[in-house]
Each structure stands twice: as structure tokens, then as C-alpha cells.
Design a protein around this ligand. Structure first.
Ligand code: UD1
Length: 373
């Protein structure tokens, strides 16, 4: 039987946008530690592809540096554009890479345009696709990410899910049990590995904030930031809240554009701290030590659940219901957000638990399945 095992398998890992990098880093680490084992077969050759969907230093490079991700082997450099433009550019650039490298697996993570584009290309070339963070559903097709999730999951050969609800969604969609693998949350692998460094973050000193005495805000979803009247209303509320407690709001480029358009003046509020996007380690510190987090990010809903920090998600739905059912998350909206924040400031806090397999060992499980499959 031994002779039938290949000497080496080639795994192509795709990352493109900010939330992808902390999902790729643990996979690279797990591959490297497997390869370090004496006489292990098959060995894994990893090829890292960066699509270039995100390209600013603090949206991309800083994550590579902090998470110890090696320089990408291939950078497609596609940049920004409309959904069709961006997706098409990634597909055009990724196809020749697949044809040249002929990987055994293409591994995509999350739900961004790079995830969808690369799954379609690989799958049409007959290359096996594995999707990490499969099965999440908001059931809201106005979210571009929901379309990306549906297409990617319908094409993938192996679907690695973070929680039981994701498995149930896939089962309902007819994905066979042999393809669905509950492996846990890969984001938590990255979190656990950076926690020590996060404790030493210089950010609190720089921003003059103290543990438990600030609110951490991140907002970048089109539904919250693309319409001037919606973003204006949110900023007004945040301004009012900042009179009670400092509000730290690192601003995503998409949000920054709109803040400029609406001529928002943060100077009017002395405790409303708007900053450039922060790196991963600083963000972990903020998520761990905030009195509460207000966000529309997927990752922060999970990180706050792990840290047991109260989280308000400014969205009508979430593809991560486990963070509500088991964790510290709660949905909010423009009408209720101020009252919801005040409730938490007044001590009405939801106590959460950490979901199954959110234990820092997800990448290890994934690599075992890829090698076997
Ligand atoms: C993308 C993902 C979203 C994820 C988010 C995290 C899709 C459909 N959306 O949204 O799921 O939560 O990343 O950030 O894939 N820009 C810069 N510098 C950059 C990147 C973007 O200035 O490095 C600006 C550009 O003007 C661009 C805009 O931000 O047009 C939006 O970027 P884009 O990649 O289209 O989507 P995100 O809103 O970042």
C-alpha cells in the first residue's frame, strides 16, 4: 500500500482580502509543521497566491508581517473594481496560474470575491477545490458575500465548516455528508497564536485608552456605509455615545470615502477616535478589552465570542448565528443601537460560551483531510 502514496501533493492557497489573511496563516503553519516531521509522506508543497483584491499596506502587508505569512509565490495584482470587473480580472489572471502549476488542491477561504473567482476557475479546470469556512448563510442575497458563499459551496469538493449550523445548511442544500467536514473555526487558530503579542500592543498607550473603558467600532458593509443618510445617522449616534465613553473607530477605505463625501467632522467629538485601519494584533487587543464592540464584520462577531466581549452587530442578519446562540453577539439596527449600547454600558451583559472546536487546532484537522482526500 505504501507505494501507492504520492511523494508530494501540491496545495495552492488563495488569499485576496483582509479577512482572508488570518485564515491562510494557520494553514501555512500547519503545512510547515507537518513537513518538518521526519519521513512524513506525502510531503506538501504549498503555493500561496495573493489575488491583490486588497493592496493598501494596512489592509494587506501588515497582516502578512504580523501573522508570519511568507511572501506570496504569485501576486495577481488585480486591485479594486466593480464586482464583475474584480471577479473577472481574478479569473483571467488565475487560470494561467492553475494551468502552469497543476495543483492537487486549490484551497479558498471565506466569502470574498477572490474566493468565488478562484473556485470557479479551478473547478472548471478539474482541480479539486476545498472551501474553508463553508456553509455559513445569512439567507440574504443582497449581500455580495452570500452569493460568493453559495457558488463556492456548490462547487467545492471538500467543505470545511466552523460550526454545526453550517453543516445543517449544507445538508439542506444537498451537499453529501462525505464532503462536509466540521473542523472548527480557523480564525481562532490565528487568534490563539497572536494572543501573547496582542497583550503587548502599544495601541492603548498611543490612543490613551484603558481596558474596559472604550467601545470598539468597525463598519464597512455597503448596507451601512454606502448611503450618505445611513452613515450620517450612525455617526451622529456614535458622537453622542462618545460623550459617555471613548469610541475607537478604525476606518475602512470604503467607509473613509463616504465620510469624506458627507463631510463628517470628528473634531466635534473629543472622545470619538477615528484612526486608519489597525493591524491584526492591535485589533485583537481592542476586541479583547473593549467594554463592547459594535461591528458589521464577520470576524469580529467570532473573536468577541471567543473573548466573551459583548458584541452588537449592526446588520439585520448574520451568517454566524452560533455567535448569537452560544456567544456574546446580538443583532442591532439604527433604531435600537443607542439603547442596546446603553444597556451594555449599564451592565446588562449576555454571558456567552465558546463553541465546539474553536480551539486553535482547526488548521491541523483541515490538512489531515486534504492529505487523505
Ligand atoms: C471586501 C469583501 C468583504 C470583506 C471586506 C473586508 C467582497 C465582495 N467583499 O469588501 O466581504 O468583509 O473586504 O475588508 O469581496 N480599497 C482601498 N484599499 C484596499 C482595498 C480596497 O482603498 O486595499 C477601497 C477601494 O476603493 C475599493 C473599496 O475599498 O473600491 C472596496 O474594496 P473591495 O475589495 O471592493 O470590497 P470591501 O468593501 O473591502
Amino acid at each position: 500500500m505504501k507505494g501507492l502514496q504520492p511523494e508530494k501533493i501540491k496545495i495552492m492557497l488563495v488569499a485576496g482580502a483582509r479577512p482572508n489573511f488570518m485564515k491562510i496563516a494557520p494553514l501555512i503553519k500547519a503545512i510547515n509543521s507537518r513537513n518538518e516531521q521526519k519521513n512524513i509522506r506525502p510531503r506538501i508543497k504549498a503555493i500561496l497566491v495573493h489575488t491583490g483584491q486588497h493592496y493598501d499596506h494596512n489592509m494587506s502587508d501588515i497582516f502578512f508581517k504580523e501573522l508570519g505569512i511568507p511572501e506570496p509565490d504569485i501576486n495577481l495584482g488585480v486591485g479594486s473594481g466593480s464586482h464583475a470587473e474584480q471577479t473577472a480580472r481574478i479569473m483571467l489572471a488565475f487560470e494561467p496560474v492553475c494551468l502552469k502549476e497543476k495543483p492537487d488542491w486549490v484551497v479558498v477561504v471565506g466569502d470574498v470575491n477572490s474566493t468565488l473567482a478562484c473556485s470557479v476557475v479551478a473547478s472548471k479546470l478539474g482541480i479539486k477545490v476545498a472551501h474553508v469556512e463553508a456553509g455559513l448563510r445569512s439567507h440574504d442575497r443582497t449581500m455580495p458575500e452570500e452569493i460568493n458563499r453559495l457558488v463556492t459551496d456548490s462547487l467545492a469538493d471538500l467543505l470545511f465548516t466552523p460550526s454545526d449550523d453550517a453543516n445543517i445548511n449544507l445538508k439542506k442544500e444537498g451537499i453529501p455528508a462525505t464532503k462536509r467536514k466540521l473542523v472548527g473555526n480557523i480564525m481562532i487558530d490565528a487568534l490563539v497564536s497572536r494572543l501573547k503579542q496582542a497583550e503587548k500592543s502599544p495601541l492603548p498607550h498611543r490612543l490613551n485608552i484603558r481596558p474596559g473603558q472604550f467601545i470598539y467600532v468597525t463598519l464597512h458593509r455597503p448596507s451601512n456605509v454606502d448611503r450618505p443618510e445611513v452613515l450620517s445617522a450612525i455617526m451622529k449616534k456614535l458622537g453622542r455615545i462618545s460623550k459617555k465613553i471613548p469610541v475607537v473607530f478604525p476606518v475602512h477605505p470604503r467607509t473613509r470615502k463616504m465620510l469624506k463625501k458627507i463631510s463628517f467632522r470628528p473634531e466635534a467629538y473629543s472622545q470619538l477616535i477615528l484612526t486608519e485601519p489597525v493591524g491584526y494584533t492591535d485589533s485583537l487587543w481592542l476586541a479583547k478589552y473593549a467594554r463592547l464592540v459594535l461591528t458589521d464584520s464577520g470576524g469580529l462577531q467570532e473573536e468577541t465570542t471567543y473573548f466573551k466581549t459583548p458584541c452588537l452587530t449592526l446588520r439585520p442578519n448574520t451568517e454566524r448565528p452560533v455567535t448569537i446562540k452560544i456567544g456574546t453577539n446580538k443583532l442591532t439596527n439604527l433604531k435600537t443601537m443607542e439603547a442596546d449600547i446603553n444597556d451594555i454600558l449599564d451592565g446588562k451583559i449576555k454571558r456567552g460560551k465558546i463553541p465546539r472546536y474553536w480551539d486553535g487546532r482547526t488548521a491541523e484537522r483541515i490538512i489531515k483531510y486534504l492529505v487523505a482526500g
